[in-house]
Write a protein that binds this ligand. Structure first.
Ligand code: NAG
Ligand code: NAG
Length: 295
């Protein structure tokens, strides 16, 4: 896939979560959850040879990473996006108590979304979790999102009932408009996506660290239309990186604490672990748009 771009995935046979009846708890019907990367609508009109998912993927999830210390990434959220019949999953981050940041491609044909904050094992009923359901009126998809070349792949969700900050649910700082390129920095990605090409998503939150590379190197793989100054690329040597299911999730660096600098967007159709760079939307390039789409 381009990677994933689509990365989404998910699936799972059954879950006790459906039986929970607490307040603000949105049940997830796992039987209807499929990787967005498997939805034809995700690929309509795209430069398929570059971005499409490999029909026989060999490996995929946060790939080559590790399970994070539970609740050490309190800004990470899990999204179950309701489509007409099926649902798909993505990652996201809390950038205020009423705003989730994610990727535009997660919202193709979306009708509503269930946001899960404070989670570690997404298949369990964790008392730390806070859930909110938001219909399409709360979606702010970048108006210049271009699915052919996957440009401006960024979106926010406005949450009517604020998340309540606690030890498990916290906001992350996002990069300012004048942030550096971050080339050479070590960055971390997190998500519940596939752990290897061809596998399903992870139950527990995983992370991986990679080196940020110059966009001109990245453009050798994807061309200079999809790779413009508004994206960030990482080196994936060693089969480490993001995968289906991680889309929309955060790329962070440590700069006086954790700072989000990117949003998971896409990878290569030959698989998450094929060694090609993975691509993120660059937050500093979108600060004006983000600041205007926080409500
Ligand atoms: C990226 O590479 C190009 C071409 O070699 C170079 O001109 C540019 O300064 C580099 N950018 C950074 C941030 O290293
Ligand atoms: C983009 O790539 C095309 C084809 O390789 C090349 O002709 C063009 O000069 C490049 N544009 C930029 C801005 O690098």
């Amino acid at each position: 896939m381009k990677l994933l771009i689509l990365a989404i995935f998910a699936i799972a046979a059954a879950s006790a979560v459906e039986n929970y009846d607490g307040p603000e708890w949105q049940p997830i019907d796992w039987s209807k959850v499929v990787p967005a990367s498997e939805l034809p609508s995700t690929w309509e009109g795209t430069a398929y040879e570059k971005f499409a998912i490999n029909p026989n993927p060999r490996t995929s999830r946060i790939v080559g990473g590790y399970e994070v210390v539970p609740h050490s990434h309190q800004y990470q959220v899990y999204l179950v996006v309701q489509l007409l019949i099926f649902a798909s999953t993505c990652g996201g981050s809390l950038i205020s108590h009423t705003v989730v940041l994610s990727a535009a491609h997660c919202f193709t044909n979306a009708r509503s979304v269930t946001i899960v904050a404070g989670a570690h094992n997404i298949q369990q009923i964790e008392p730390t979790q806070q859930r909110r359901s938001v219909d399409a009126t709360g979606f702010r998809v970048h108006p210049e999102y271009n699915r052919v070349n996957v440009l401006n792949d960024i979106a926010t969700i406005i949450v009517p009932t604020p998340f309540v900050p606690d030890a498990f649910v916290q906001v992350i700082r996002i990069a300012p408009a004048n942030a550096p390129s971050f080339v050479g920095f070590t960055a971390q990605s997190t998500g519940w996506g596939r752990v290897a090409d061809g596998q399903t998503g992870s139950d527990v939150l995983r992370g991986v660290t990679n080196t940020i590379i110059n966009n001109s190197i990245c453009a050798e793989t994807y061309g200079n239309v999809s790779i413009n100054p508004n994206v960030i690329c990482i080196d994936t040597t060693g089969g480490r990186g993001v995968c289906q299911g991680d889309s929309g999730g955060p790329l962070t660096v440590n700069e006086n604490g954790r700072l989000q600098i990117g949003v998971v967007s896409f990878g290569h159709s030959s698989g998450c672990q094929s060694g090609f760079p993975h691509v993120f939307e660059r937050i500093s390039s979108h600060r004006d748009w983000l600041d205007r789409n926080m409500s």
